[in-house]
Structures are given as structure tokens and as C-alpha cells.
Design a protein around this ligand. Structure first.
Ligand code: ACO
Length: 372
């Protein structure tokens, strides 16, 4: 309680790829994509870096630039930002972190900055992490960093980890950034509760390897296969799920691939049950009822997932913010972009009770209940 969203912003690349344009690249069609996903077009970064997109979204959320869904009511001083958390799978660099790049670009002298990877549930993990750091500092005798204002940003250039010859994945994703400014306000409700969960992805239903350049690696002849080296006998017996992930040939192939792979129907099944569980648990923890909720802002993976979740929860579909039609799935950025849309379109108003819910690779899932 107390961590309040006081500003939101988003930024998307200028170049848009329609379904028709995609049908010239892979064997697909608007008729296949729209009914299964709700996606009509997706922004793809041809020129923009992740730092460009994240910084532009942050500047709007800070009220430094026009175009915020929710603009702060007062000018936010750069020196007052204590924390930058960037959720991303596709940042510009491994070192510095994406958050450090944004902090430097924006000139935030007092902020600590780090990245967080919780795949498409990053929105919820990032907000819950920032809120927890703020709340911890309220404890008497707290001897750590005092976080009073935080910038929480989701940014993705999913286009960089797509196999553009794989029609099963390349039609689903888009690029962009969403940002919020979170401020600790004594006595305010703000984020009322959070729920985070990880479920082992034994079958690697969602995966993407790392694109390491091994061309100078000199120990090729001495390499042992993962799980067969000395480490395999050290420590406790590997459990079944680890065994499945390490030894399965498909898994080995996936880990070596720099592209996203997905077993769509399994992800669909996971997502629809994870949404319902996460919303229900966040509501219980806040002491709220579903009937109290004015808007739900979900991760934008697929319009069908959202419709299915509405049906399972027994709520009207229009309780959900749906932005996927022109955004595609921008992973950790998508729900934060949708939050900005929800303010701009009038789905969210000051004082409303709302839920943000996410689910993704890992498998990660979670929700926050918050008062707007
Ligand atoms: N265009 C045309 N045909 C396609 C395409 C495409 N883009 N992609 C797959 N197909 C074909 C397949 O090859 C298959 O053909 P076949 O029957 O001849 O083998 C057929 O369509 C059916 O394929 P499925 O994968 O079974 O298609 P499905 O109806 O399940 O739809 C989809 C795929 C939309 C991905 C669905 O599984 C889904 O909604 N999954 C949820 C997962 C999701 O949205 N993930 C997003 C990213 S993950 C995340 O954010 C957490």
C-alpha cells in the first residue's frame, strides 16, 4: 500500500508491418491471423534502439514530453527518481543494463538502475519489485536505499529474436516500450496487493537461446555435454523437471537457437488458467471482489486469450483493455503500453480499482491490484 502510479507513457517504432505485408514474407494471411490473435499490424523497430523507445516512454510518464496517458500533476525533478527498473528480453546490451542506459540518457543522478527478466509477466514483476523496495524503506530502522520515486519500464525489440521464416511466431510479436512513474504516498492505496508465481516449463513451451559468438572459443574439443560433466554428480540429485530440460534433445536445440520458439496451444492453456488464478489471488490479497474492479489491463499476447479469460471469470470482455490489434505482443512492454492506452481511452479514471495481469515464458505469471 502507498506505491501509486502517477504517470504513464508509451513509445512505439514508426514502421508498421501489416498482416498483408507479412503474407508477402511467409505463408500466412490476414484471414488466418486476425481471428486467431486479434492482431492487424505490429510496430517494428527499424531505426529505434531499445534505449530510444524506453527513454521516450519514460519522458512521457515523467511529464517531460506531451503524449502521456496519465501525466503527473507536478513537474518531476530528475534528481527525485531513486530507482529505474527495466523489464526486457531484448535490451540493447548485456552490459550496461538497459536500465543503466536509460538512466544515463535521461540524466537521473540519484537513481539505482537494474534490469529484470520475467518474460511477458515482466510488467507485474517490475511493479511488484519497485513497490516492495518502497514499502521496505518504510520499516523503522531501515538501513537500505530509500526509494520514494521509481521509473518502471518495459521495453522490447522482439523483432530481433524472431525467426522471420517461422510463420507460427513471427506474426505474433511487436516492438515498443511502456513506462510508469511510481511514487510512495503515505496513506494512499496505490498498489494494494501483488501475486507472483513461477511454474517450471518442463517441456520448454516458450524458449529462446542466447546468441553468443563462440567463434573465438578455444576449448571445443574439451567440451562436455550439459548434464554429463563433473557438475552433474555434484549436489543433490537433479529433479525430474531439470532432467527434462537439460537432457531433452529438443531442449538442447532450443537453447542453441537465438530465436523464440513456442508451443502455441500449451501456452494458450497455461495462459488462460494463469490469468484466472493471478487475478483471483491478487483480489483476495487486496480484500477486493471482482465486482469492485473497473478495469483489467492484461499482457497482450492474444485477443482470444483475453476473451477466454473473461468468459472463465464471468465478466464482460470490455472490462479488459485490449490493445493488441495495432501493437502485437511486445512481451514485457505490452501491459504497460496497454495501461497507458487505458488512461488515454478513458477506460481508467482516477480512483478506479484495477488489475494488471501478466503471464509468459519461464513460466511466469502474476497480477497486481491497484487503485488508479
Ligand atoms: N499463418 C497461417 N497458418 C499458420 C500460421 C500462420 N501465421 N501459424 C501456424 N499456422 C498453421 C500451422 O502450421 C498449422 O498447420 P497444419 O494444421 O497444416 O499443421 C495450423 O496453422 C494450426 O496451427 P496451430 O499452432 O495449431 O494453430 P493454433 O490454432 O493453435 O493457433 C496460436 C496458433 C495463435 C499461436 C495459438 O496457439 C495461440 O493463441 N497460442 C497462445 C500463445 C500465444 O499467443 N503466445 C504469444 C506469445 S507467448 C506469451 O506472450 C506468453
Amino acid at each position: 500500500m502507498g506505491a501509486t502510479i502517477i504517470g504513464t507513457g508509451k513509445a512505439v517504432p514508426a514502421f508498421k508491418v501489416t498482416n498483408h505485408r507479412l503474407s508477402q514474407i511467409v505463408d500466412t494471411s490476414d484471414e488466418w491471423i486476425v481471428p486467431r490473435t486479434g492482431i492487424h499490424e505490429r510496430p517494428i523497430a527499424t531505426a529505434e534502439t531499445a534505449t530510444d523507445l524506453a527513454s521516450a516512454a519514460a519522458r512521457r510518464a515523467l511529464g517531460w514530453e506531451a503524449g502521456a496517458g496519465l501525466a503527473p500533476t507536478e513537474t518531476i525533478d530528475a534528481a527525485s527518481i531513486d530507482l529505474v527498473v527495466c523489464m526486457t528480453l531484448t535490451g540493447d546490451a548485456i552490459i550496461p543494463s538497459q536500465a543503466a542506459l536509460v538512466k544515463a540518457r535521461l540524466g537521473l543522478p540519484n537513481a539505482v538502475a537494474f534490469d529484470l527478466n520475467a518474460a511477458c509477466a515482466g510488467c507485474v514483476y517490475g511493479l511488484a519489485t519497485a513497490q516492495s523496495m518502497m514499502a521496505a524503506a518504510q520499516a523503522p530502522g531501515w538501513a537500505g536505499n530509500h526509494v520514494r520515486r521509481a521509473l518502471v519500464i518495459g521495453v522490447e525489440r522482439m523483432s530481433r529474436i524472431l525467426d522471420w521464416t517461422d510463420r507460427a511466431t513471427c506474426v505474433l510479436f511487436g516492438d515498443g516500450a511502456g513506462a510508469v512513474v511510481l511514487e510512495w504516498r503515505d496513506g494512499a492505496t496505490g498498489i494494494a496487493s501483488s501475486f507472483l508465481k513461477n511454474t517450471d516449463d518442463e517441456a520448454l513451451t516458450l524458449a529462446c537461446g542466447k546468441n553468443y559468438d563462440m567463434s573465438s572459443f578455444p576449448f571445443g574439443d574439451e567440451m562436455v555435454l550439459a548434464g554429463e560433466g563433473p557438475d552433474a554428480t555434484a549436489g543433490p540429485q537433479a529433479d525430474v523437471s531439470r532432467d527434462a530440460i537439460v537432457h531433452d534433445d529438443h531442449a538442447r536445440a532450443v537453447m542453441g537457437s537465438p530465436f523464440i520458439s513456442m508451443t502455441g496451444q500449451k501456452v494458450f492453456k497455461f495462459a488462460t488458467s494463469a490469468i484466472v488464478e493471478a487475478i483471483g489471488t491478487a483480489l483476495d490479497r487486496a480484500g477486493w471482489e471482482l465486482a469492485d474492479i473497473d478495469a483489467i489491463v492484461p499482457h497482450q499476447a492474444n485477443e482470444r486469450i483475453i476473451r477466454y479469460a473473461a468468459k472463465k471469470l464471468g465478466v464482460p470482455e470490455d472490462l479488459f483493455q485490449v490493445s493488441i490489434g495495432t501493437a502485437g505482443n511486445a512481451s514485457a512492454a505490452s501491459a504497460l503500453m496497454a495501461l497507458d492506452d487505458a488512461w488515454r481511452s478513458g477506460k481508467l479514471h482516477a480512483g478506479d480499482k484495477a488489475i494488471m495481469v501478466g503471464f509468459g515464458g519461464g513460466l511466469t505469471s502474476g497480477a497486481i491490484a491497484f487503485e488508479a
